[in-house]
Design a protein around this ligand. Structure first.
Ligand code: WTA
Length: 653
């Protein structure tokens, strides 16, 4: 444990408790707390039962095969995720039920039923085949929040192509890096979209990315379905319009039987090096956890209207906008734009308009709403809501209480869900019909999940503070890092050996066994719920000709959770000016994406280093947070700290 971790200083004594209401518990999908003991007594049996909730073409032969640190689940079984999301709903009352209600930033609404979605997915799956895509090929998806993004995912899954979604807010460089890493053959993008009233020229960004990729054979371009098309250039022979390729395609396409362990998707996430990791998820185990968590955590019922506000570019969008909701036959809302456009109450307007019952968002959004005022949710009828969720970062108790009061009318249970891109689905949270919720506390591990707190040596700590680890494989666990299995072993299974998955988070656990997850303990920041590696930002900064060296740290931020503070030294006699400062921020945004733009760039004549030349980030964090400095005795040159502090205090006033 890094003893300097600021999160551990913030010990919290939470005594407020919110047991499930009788009404909620009486209708909940899980009402009996004995599920925990039953799952613990026979985890494989538990998961096997859960797997029976899905349609399998052929049953599995073995439930789990664990050769630490590699695991296989449901070997011998075949299934198809797109079949489970669509086809199996078509023979009953869900056939004409809305799968998605999409709302554009400008208020356009489109609804697709399960049958309509099935036809569109089949059409596009056939079109992909015509474009030369077959099982195992990688397809990059760079799309805004539109129904076609879900069609693209499901069409890939249907024919066994592996999708790799790149968040549409990422830069051309980030897109080309990801395309190159997994050698994608095809890219699906759009002419553009709206974000806070501004047009995002996505195809132009994609074209730029394609200048430095070699594997892409075709680009499918979706025209934003309503309003004026955005101007963009189409390259003859390479680029095709989505509406053209599906026009004559057959609306029938058999779902490819996939082995449980066939790869479903790759999703890149930041790590502690400059290069993002391609997290690999497979078909069977991932689907089982998506299904189970939708039923158990979100308590989804047939008549619910569910809205997860995440973008499909993140894991939450994969599991809880697309695969989980569709597998359980839910109706979901998809919203194109920003929470504060055109007004700061846009989310509440949408909840009221679509009568949303289950609402899942991030603490950063909740904190922004708190700032914008209680009167905004009060203006709207939020009485349809019956459950709230939180994900992506620790939710502070004040934000939890605000969410509970002003959004949930002190009536809705709140599920604070801890999980990661790597875990595929929710790992730690309360079950809303069973668990007593506590503000700021994620709760117990899900049934069947062996999450524990461990100390520096890997020994289990029943309660107290420690590292979050998972001591037994679970079905939706990442299987490897694309093209770099060594990094997989090194990142997650080297600290305490191949049996113990180390999540990279610090946590506390109370006597009831509930977890309070405190945050990352590695060089990864969590900015507005998004993981950003400090190394990525540092590489982007030194890529600028004026920068000689840089060190990036996180700084507590009221709304974003963490903000990015960058310390730089400049080359030769370059001097820091306000213009250069702005230019450096813009450079990072251009290299990575707007989410990585530093809040503050601090100029230093030198960075504090140990005598062996290692940058002392701990000191930089102390400076950025304006805290008393820790131990400086190992510094090679103690004077640099004073000059940095002076610079910081001047900037912060
Ligand atoms: C953090 C998002 C506290 C954590 C699903 C984790 C959380 C990282 C919570 C994963 C939570 C996520 N409470 N921290 N409820 N949920 N985190 O891969 O640091 O984008 O390691 O997955 O977010 O981020 P990722």
């Amino acid at each position: 444990m890094t003893s300097d971790s600021p999160v551990f200083e913030d010990l919290l004594h939470e005594e407020r408790e919110f047991p499930p209401s009788k009404d909620f518990a009486a209708q909940a999908n899980v009402r009996d707390g004995s599920i925990y003991e039953r799952a613990e007594a026979d985890p494989e049996g538990y998961w096997e039962d859960r797997a029976k909730e899905l349609d399998w073409f052929t049953p599995w032969k073995t439930v789990m095969n664990w050769e630490p640190p590699h695991v296989k689940w449901f070997e011998g079984g075949t299934l198809n995720v797109s079949h489970n999301c669509l086809d199996r709903h078509l023979d009953g009352p869900r056939r004409n039920k809305a799968a998605f209600i999409w709302e554009g930033e400008d208020g356009d609404v489109r609804t697709v039923t399960y049958l309509q979605l099935h036809r569109e997915v089949c059409r596009f799956a056939n079109a992909l085949k015509d474009l030369g895509i077959s099982k195992g090929d990688r397809v990059a998806i760079y799309l805004p929040m539109m129904i076609e993004a879900t069609v693209a995912m499901l069409a890939c899954a249907r024919i066994g192509a592996i999708h790799s979604i790149v968040f549409a807010g990422f830069s051309p460089d980030s897109l080309s890096d990801r395309i190159n890493d997994s050698e994608c053959k095809l890219l699906i993008t759009a002419d553009g979209g709206y974000r806070r009233g501004q047009v995002v020229a996505l195809k132009d960004a994609a074209d730029k990315a394609l200048e430095s990729t070699h594997s892409i054979e075709h680009v499918v371009v979706v025209k934003r379905p309503v309003g004026e098309p955005f101007p963009c250039t189409m390259q003859e022979g390479r680029d095709v319009w989505y509406h053209d390729v599906i026009r004559d395609a057959s609306p029938e396409c058999p779902a490819e039987p996939m082995d449980a362990e066939d790869v479903l998707f790759i999703l890149y996430t930041s790590g502690t090096t400059g290069k993002p990791k391609g997290i690999v998820h497979t078909t069977g185990g991932y689907s089982v956890v998506a299904q189970t968590t939708m039923q158990y955590v979100f308590d989804v019922h047939e008549e619910d209207v569910y809205w997860c506000t995440a973008d499909i570019g993140w894991i939450t969008g994969h599991t809880y906008v697309v695969y989980g909701p569709l597998q359980t036959g839910a109706t979901s809302v998809i919203y194109e734009g920003a929470p504060n456009w055109p007004g700061n109450d846009r989310f509440w307007e949408l909840v009221a308009k679509h009568r949303v019952t289950l609402f899942y968002t991030a603490p950063t959004a909740i904190r922004a709403f708190m700032k914008w005022g209680d009167d905004l949710p009060a203006k709207h009828d939020l009485s349809s809501l019956r459950l709230l969720g939180s994900v992506g970062e620790p939710i502070n108790p004040e934000a939890w209480m605000w969410y509970h009061r002003h959004i949930g009318s002190e009536r809705c249970p709140i599920v604070d869900t801890w999980w990661q891109t790597e875990t595929g689905g929710i790992m730690i949270t309360g079950l809303p019909g069973v668990t007593t919720m506590k503000p700021g506390c994620a709760g117990p591990p899900m049934p069947g999940i062996a999450a524990e707190l461990v100390d520096e040596k890997g020994a289990v700590v029943p309660h107290g503070a420690g590292l979050l680890a998972i001591l037994r494989p679970w079905p939706s666990m990442l299987r490897t890092i694309w093209g770099d299995d060594e990094r997989y072993v090194e990142t997650y299974f080297s600290r305490f050996g191949p049996e113990i998955y180390v999540a990279g988070d610090g946590a506390k656990r109370d006597k009831a066994g509930d977890f309070m997850v405190l945050g990352r303990i590695d060089d990864v920041l969590n900015v507005s719920g998004h993981r950003i590696g400090t190394m990525e930002v540092e590489s982007a900064l030194v890529d600028h000709p004026a920068v000689a060296e840089s060190a990036v740290v996180g700084k507590t931020h009221e709304v974003k959770g963490q903000a990015i503070a960058a310390f730089v030294t400049l080359v030769g006699d370059r001097e820091m000016t306000p213009e250069l400062n702005d230019e450096l921020k813009a450079h990072v945004a251009e290299k990575i994406g707007a989410i990585a733009r530093p809040d503050a760039i601090l100029y230093a004549a030198d960075l504090p280093k140990t005598r062996s030349g290692k940058i002392m980030r701990r000191l930089l964090r102390d400076i950025a947070e304006g805290r008393a400095l820790g131990d400086t005795t190992t510094l090679a040159d103690p004077a640099v700290v004073d000059s940095l502090r002076g610079e910081y205090e001047e900037k912060e006033g």
